[in-house]
Design a protein around this ligand. Structure first.
Ligand code: HEC
Ligand code: HEC
Ligand code: HEC
Ligand code: HEC
Ligand code: HEC
Length: 433
């Protein structure tokens, strides 16, 4: 993406606009005259941001961020339901208009409708400085930078707004991230009334049939498919200790201290080291945010608290995968991916997080997305018929996805991940899986 830089400032037309703007504010400001002459002042104010140590430095850091180089913003441009998180204008629209996440019932179609979307006139734009700092260039003072687009608590779209994430530490700044980094709703099939999948019911009735492989293709709940998922933004929910299917079991559902003491910014925007921190938004290998007064002192890639936690969660993911897969009687139902893209990196964003490299998808044949799939719902001469699933399976699969895709192997919220995984394993075992 090309960005315009300050040289433009020196172009005649803009100088004039900027100059006259600040002339007005100077004369309003009073009569001590210390502020110097017109024009010079304008440039000085612009320079609060437009100088090598502010905008120029941050823009260089931002080049390292997937917010900047990721391709999803271009891919989903124009799509109003993807826009709230993938398009700059879409994000600003849902924040500014406080768009509701509460599902509504349409009596004409007999279906539930998810209102959380932008409008087609605001469904475009890659993520830039103006996405998160939406007041930029309004007063042309440095304060425009400090005003983040949102810091309000986030009513979760996955639950139709029935629960809200409220992380008050650090002035609620985490909410800026969580507004986008949250799971998407799982809605029941169009054969039913598109209502939200009821997590409480799954938790409380583990042996009810979720998908009956002998009953044709009708599903009261969700028709299993390759991409049956809670999307990619698990982090915000896991971090806050909500959003999984909380099967009862030996581990309590509580949260680690991070959920109340740390903000996303503390770890992801800590002073930069190497290519992580600052506006790269990356946490990998940057422990500047961990080793601060009142938190850790010797956290590092080799610290046992770090390596043991990650090894424990990886082990639980592996064990849970094995118990889920046992329903396939000898063949995994969870999808694995070790393929490498044209740029040499793994296509599986979660490569290495489990021993077998699962990606959270289901290994059901799909002509475009999973042409090598092993299963199909109907079965055929070349594809095995997908097995019957109970509530316990779908619950465990959702929890598996959730704990895999929070990506940090438990750093975000060790206790919540540990409880979801451990209790899911116990729930499957209790029913003989
Ligand atoms: C509060 C900080 C701040 C102030 C004050 C500020 N700018 Fe900017 N400006 C930015 C940021 C951030 C960008 C985007 C940089 C990027 O995309 O790399 C930007 C971008 C620009 C651009 C490129 C076009 C665009 O809109 O993206 C121009 C031109 C510009 N600013 C002119 C000015 C002028 C003239 C002033 C003073 C009247 C000014 N700015 C004051 C932060 C500021
Ligand atoms: C407007 C929505 C939005 C906001 C606000 C937002 N993100 Fe993101 N973030 C995304 C999207 C979308 C991607 C993936 C982009 C892509 O793949 O094209 C992403 C990617 C990331 C990644 C890289 C993930 C990877 O797989 O490499 C990190 C880390 C991240 N965001 C952290 C944060 C943090 C921390 C904040 C708050 C300071 C934040 N994000 C705010 C939407 C957002
Ligand atoms: C509630 C916010 C939200 C909505 C709505 C949303 N996404 Fe996303 N999506 C995200 C976030 C956040 C990420 C990046 C997560 C990460 O990398 O950790 C992401 C990642 C992706 C990726 C993966 C990009 C990559 O790096 O490979 C694709 C593809 C994608 N989304 C497509 C869509 C589509 C299509 C829609 C609309 C049907 C949609 N998203 C709606 C938040 C959202
Ligand atoms: C995904 C959201 C997001 C995007 C995109 C973003 N910022 Fe920020 N920015 C933040 C947050 C959050 C803070 C506050 C960090 C804190 O309090 O620790 C911040 C702080 C800043 C600061 C003050 C701290 C510092 O490092 O000097 C500057 C300057 C800044 N941003 C400039 C920019 C510029 C320039 C761009 C575009 C190149 C940009 N931001 C893009 C979220 C964002
Ligand atoms: C205690 C520190 C800490 C806090 C707080 C934290 N994270 Fe993370 N985050 C990490 C670590 C460590 C990783 C794993 C980095 C790696 O291995 O690449 C990570 C990974 C991620 C990823 C995937 C990163 C990638 O590069 O692919 C995203 C997205 C993310 N975090 C978003 C968030 C959001 C949003 C918040 C706030 C709700 C948050 N994180 C709070 C430490 C933290």
């Amino acid at each position: 993406m090309k960005k315009l830089r300050l040289p433009i400032l020196l172009s005649g037309a803009l100088m004039l606009t900027a100059g006259s703007f600040f002339m007005t504010s100077c004369s309003k400001d009073g009569n001590d005259g210390k502020d110097g002459t017109n024009g010079t002042d304008a440039i000085a104010t612009c320079k609060e941001c437009h100088n090598p140590s502010v905008v120029d430095r941050v823009a260089t850091e931002f080049a390292l961020s997937k917010h900047n180089y990721g391709e999803a913003a271009a891919g989903e441009a124009g799509n109003t339901s993807c826009g709230p998180c993938h398009e700059s204008e879409g994000f600003k629209y849902v924040c500014k208009n406080n768009v509701s996440t509460v599902f509504t019932f349409d009596a004409v179609t007999g279906k539930w409708v998810n209102p959380y979307a932008t409008v087609s006139s605001s469904a475009f734009g890659p993520l830039t400085c103006f996405t998160c700092h939406s007041s930029l260039h309004t007063t042309y003072g440095y304060a425009d930078m400090s005003a983040l687009t949102t810091t309000a608590a986030v009513p979760m779209t996955m639950w139709g707004g029935a629960k809200t994430i409220n992380l008050t530490q650090d002035g609620g700044k985490s909410h800026l991230c969580v507004k986008c980094h949250q799971p998407r709703p799982l809605t029941c099939s169009a054969q039913s009334d598109s209502r939200l999948l009821n997590y409480d019911s799954i938790r409380d009735n583990p042996s009810i049939i979720f998908w009956d492989s002998t009953a044709g293709f009708v599903s009261k709940y969700i028709k299993p498919s390759y991409r049956m998922h809670v999307h990619y933004g698990a982090v915000g929910a896991v971090f806050a200790g909500v959003g999984g299917i909380e099967f009862p079991g030996s581990e309590p559902f509580s949260s680690s201290s991070h959920a109340t003491l740390a903000s996303c910014q503390d770890c992801h925007m800590a002073p930069i080291t190497g290519a992580a921190g600052g506006h790269s938004f990356k946490a990998k290998g940057n422990f500047n945010g961990c080793n601060v007064s009142g938190c850790h002192t010797t956290m590092s890639t080799t610290a046992s608290l770090f390596t043991d936690t990650r090894a424990e969660i990886k082990g639980l993911l592996d064990t849970l995968a094995a118990h889920i897969n046992s329903v396939g009687a000898g063949h995994d139902i969870l999808h694995k991916d070790v393929s490498v893209g044209t740029d040499g990196s793994y296509n599986n964003l979660w490569y290495g997080l489990t021993s077998k490299n699962y990606d959270g998808y289901t290994d059901i044949y799909d002509a475009s997305s999973n042409p090598l799939g092993y299963w199909s719902l109907a079965g055929s001469s070349t594809l095995k018929k997908f097995p019957t699933l109970k509530f316990v399976h779908i619950g465990a699969m959702i929890n598996f996805q959730f704990c895999l895709r929070e990506y940090s192997l438990g750093v975000h919220n060790t206790q919540y991940s540990r409880a979801l995984l451990t209790n899911s394993i116990e729930a499957l075992k209790a029913l003989g899986y």
